[in-house]
Design a protein around this ligand. Structure first.
Ligand code: GLP
Length: 531
């Protein structure tokens, strides 16, 4: 089986359409075996466009469709008769009498199947057979079964197929339980076979097909005995390696996550934030370089700032309403998803860090301000784009002015900067304290110096810590009351204080609190998990 990997669905569709048109150029009266499902729709659209422009001619072509539900009438919008009419036949110059689809309302299915086989051989056999693949490896409606039927036959559909195909019906009960389909032998008799696979939901079966043995459990694996079969798939179906990008003011981190969500590569480059286009090209170029070395199916990007309707606005980066995902998709040709960086870090911790065994977590990033990320059922809750701005819940009416415009935001009282300010003030007021002497000795105040004073049992440092913990706990308890998460994860430099912070905090909160484990990798892992 030959393999062609395309960057995306559109490229896959183009490659397949090209094979069909070449076939018709070489042999205008070719017999085509056609498939339904969502996968070949892009290819059909391209062929219709080509036919309209005179680039392909179906006037002498014949077609035989793989399968049809049973029972179903041809005017039912879910029938494959209807599908073919809508998606291809009405848009190309094929003669209606040259198209053949099994009759979903026939009385005698045996006779229908025999006559279909006869018509195929009388037309000289199928020259080019197009196939999609079901998530369970079915081709046509040849479902996994120890006894695969070689000829066109009536078959029961498996629950897997009924549920996968129910997306086209109003409800699952409307999906027919049976179908008539070409058999594996009918398909294998085609001179050339093109198997199409697109999307992450096909990744598992494509991997089984490429790496596994020939088995009736995966009917498509029978195609491996055919001498002229090509599998054309997009990256999402072929691979589950993803790039995670974490954009920071000083550097941009890149990581590759494999299908077990393990970080198999990481690197970083200095951020060139001179202007929007330079920064976007810088990210796209590195991604393209990684796409050469790895088989990447998508990119996730974590960025500071707000994301609204796909537009990113970040104060310390040249993003002012930038369509970041769209631009990167244009430059790399593969799927790109963008989320707020604190949200990505939360997703990273919930995937591979402190929250890996929990379904619901809230991560609180304590730094200059307070950021956050909410994970519900292992999925990032994004609201309209960047939910989780928990640093801006108001804890003090008319309180300290916040750069966001409000007064009394939680981050004004519980961020690392707030703690440092409180410590400085207390030190200045108590010049006989250990806190003050450490402050003067170091010529500055920071979290590390403050916690050193705490660990040296400085009563003034402890008073500040008590007050700080009180405020921090109030906010955490409010969040826990809203989300009732399995745990709250704290991250940021201040968490280096470890138990000096966690022990007193745990006494004041009504939820389990853990410290983040992934440090700098959380952002890239979470960004990659967006895909
Ligand atoms: C249906 C069809 C198959 C098709 C499969 C996958 O069951 N009988 O011919 O390949 O679904 O469909 P999709 O391309 O929508 O994933």
């Amino acid at each position: 089986m030959r393999l062609i990997i395309c960057d995306n669905y559109q490229e896959m569709s183009k490659a397949a359409a090209k094979l069909v048109s070449s076939q018709l150029t070489v042999k205008p009266d070719s017999v085509l075996g056609l498939a339904t499902g969502s996968t070949p729709v892009g290819m059909y659209n391209i062929l219709a466009e080509m036919c309209k422009n005179g680039d392909v001619d179906f006037s002498e072509a014949k077609s035989f469709n793989l399968d049809e539900y049973y029972p179903i009438s041809s005017d039912n919008s879910q029938s494959y008769h209807y599908f073919m009419q809508e998606n291809l036949f009405s848009k190309i110059n094929i003669k209606p009498e040259n198209t053949h689809i099994l009759n979903g309302m026939c009385k005698d299915t045996d006779a229908e199947c025999k006559s279909f086989e006869k018509m195929i051989s009388e037309s000289g056999g199928i020259d080019l057979q197009i196939l999609g693949i079901g998530q369970n490896g079915h081709i046509g409606f040849n479902e996994p079964d120890a006894n695969l039927n070689p000829n066109t036959h009536l078959t029961d559909l498996t629950e897997n197929t009924i549920s996968a195909n129910s997306r086209f019906f109003d409800n699952i009960d409307e999906v027919p339980k049976q179908a008539i389909t070409m058999g594996i032998g009918t398909i294998l008799k085609a001179k050339k076979i093109v198997l199409l696979a697109s999307g992450a939901e096909k990744h598992k079966v494509v991997k089984q097909l490429l790496e596994g043995k020939i088995t009736t459990d995966i009917p498509a694996s029978m195609l491996k005995v055919h001498s002229d079969t090509v599998l054309i798939c997009d990256r999402a179906a072929y691979s589950s390696e993803r790039i995670g990008v974490d954009i920071g003011g000083t550097d941009i981190k890149f990581g590759i996550l494999n299908d077990k969500n393990e970080l198999i590569h990481k690197e970083s480059i200095p951020t060139i934030a001179s202007d929007e286009q330079t920064l976007i090209s810088q990210i796209a170029n590195k991604c393209k370089e990684l796409m050469q070395a790895y088989s990447i199916n998508g990119i996730g990007v974590g960025t500071p700032g707000l994301i609204e309707k796909g537009r990113v606005t970040a104060s310390n980066l040249p993003f002012k309403g930038t369509f970041l995902a769209k631009e990167l998709e244009r430059l790399t040709g593969i799927s790109v998803r963008v989320a707020n960086d604190a949200n990505c870090a939360a997703l990273g911790e919930s995937t591979a860090g402190a929250g890996r065994n929990s379904r619901n977590i809230v991560m609180i990033t304590i730094g200059t301000g307070i950021g956050g990320g909410i994970i519900i059922n292992n999925k990032l809750y994004e609201g309209k784009g960047s939910a989780g701005e928990i640093g801006h819940i108001i804890v003090e009416k008319g309180g300290i002015q916040c750069p966001c415009g409000q007064r009394g935001c939680w981050e004004r009282y519980s961020s690392a900067s707030a703690l440092v300010d409180m410590a400085k003030k207390r030190a200045e007021e108590h010049k006989d304290s250990v806190l003050y002497s450490l402050y003067k000795e170091n010529g500055k105040m920071n979290g590390k110096i403050f916690f050193e004073a705490v660990n040296r049992n400085c009563p003034d440092a402890k008073t500040v810590l008590d007050e700080y913990i009180e405020r921090l706990a109030d906010g955490i308890n409010s969040i826990a009351n809203i989300f009732e998460p399995d745990m709250i994860i704290l991250s940021g430099g201040i968490t280096n204080a470890g138990d000096s912070l966690l022990t007193p905090l745990s006494k004041k909160v009504n939820v389990t609190v853990h410290i983040a484990q992934l440090k700098n990798d959380a952002g890239i892992i979470g960004a990659a998990m967006l895909q």
